[in-house]
Design a protein around this ligand. Sequence first.
Ligand code: SAM
Length: 461
Amino acid sequence: MAVILDGISNEDKIALEKLVKKQSKPGMVVIELGSYTGKSSISMLPVIAQNNGRLYCVDWFKGMPCSTEDIQWSYKEHNILDIFLNRIKDEGYEKNTITLIGRTDEVCDVIGDNVADLIFIDADHRYENVRKDILKWYPKLKNNGVLCGHDYLKHLKDCNYLRALELCEENVDMMFGEPHHYGVIRSISEFFPDVKFESSIWHIEKTDSHPLLELSLKLASTAAEHNKTFSQSRGVSIVNQSSDPLQQKRHEELNEHIHQLLENEKYSEMVVTSIGSILWNVQLTTMALELLQTALSKTNGSDNSMTLTLYAVLLFKAGNVSLSIECFEKLNRLRPDDPVILNKLGELYYSIGKKEQAEIIFKKTFSLALNYYFPELLNNLGVLYWEAGKKELALKAIIDGMNMTKGTHVNIVLNYSDMLQSQKKADIALSLLERHYALSKDSRIMAGIKQLKDKGHGMVK
Ligand SMILES: C[S@@+](CC[C@H](N)C(=O)[O-])C[C@H]1O[C@@H](n2cnc3c(N)ncnc32)[C@H](O)[C@@H]1O
């Protein structure tokens, strides 16, 4: 039976208690997003109860989607909601606790604005979802409220930025075996570049100015307002191509606002890349690319590798592969020992059919990445070897990748399943996929299962 994890660490508990104490006042209101078995709730409740206040615990009590981590197993094997409710009761905090069972983005709609003294975020850790939680819950804070959350151990600028972008793109917060929650780190750093953190608890105060969050809130409401005219697909600029004079005017105002902000912040890399991401997130693609290009020209000569990284990634997504390759080549010259950049370059050459060049690059990456956690590289090597008919080498790379990730990496699992099928081991492939799906609910894994079942595998004979 799976072990039930114990929530936040004792150091985090101390940091969280300090924030709650700072906000302490009679009748205080605290909201927690993500309560699990209640360890973080219990660490805030003594102060809340002393003040005759309320803690609203929001959790759908179904675990973390797209995660194959231990929390998912504990939800499968235990009644976490019961454990949570009993813990609150046993500790004597029933009258101070209101449990709201549901998804954070839905529960949000039944809570009024300007009501909370503190909001603690520890629910879905994926980039888009943390962003959504912040955009939706920030207005619920009183003007002197504190917004805080869990799992922030490093600023984004101190992480491998490309790795963070890639994992967020894969809709993954943290890869098994990797030390950072990139979904949390990226979203928080982008909204609050100067965020403070103690242990792994980040926090900001609503009284301070947060221009990047304000920009995002403004764009989010414009997006909602003009939902119908917004393109659903990334890679298309919605406002730039609009002939609607009102939208064009908004576009000009937005541009002016952003350039003012950039001048004020002296083109700091974190601010430039945050705005680039924010624009990309609302599909203002052309504007994002233009902004990054301008920033690169203004900071030419200094180390602007974060800006260049985002520019290269967005160019690729917008379909300009050759310019993206040029940028990654440049990045590789700036950071010759970074296996993540080199691996990306290999993938890009592979994508345009230059497989020999890709293989040379992957092999070089492999020698650089010996002491590095890098399952994607093993996956890439596996695919290349497989295509070249080097089946033993391919299987070795993929099985090493499976071991490194304990079978949690979607692409590696899918490729391993293909290899097993071609070795006439489709039933093993099916149980591999089913085991993964039970936790991850990943749609690509489901498609693989369906394909095998359509071929008659897994049927009782
Ligand atoms: C990391 S745990 C919270 C741990 C808890 N704060 C503690 O330290 O004791 C995350 C919790 O968020 C919940 N959760 C994840 N995504 C959610 C969502 N979109 N809406 C509501 N709850 C969610 C999960 O069910 C899980 O119980």
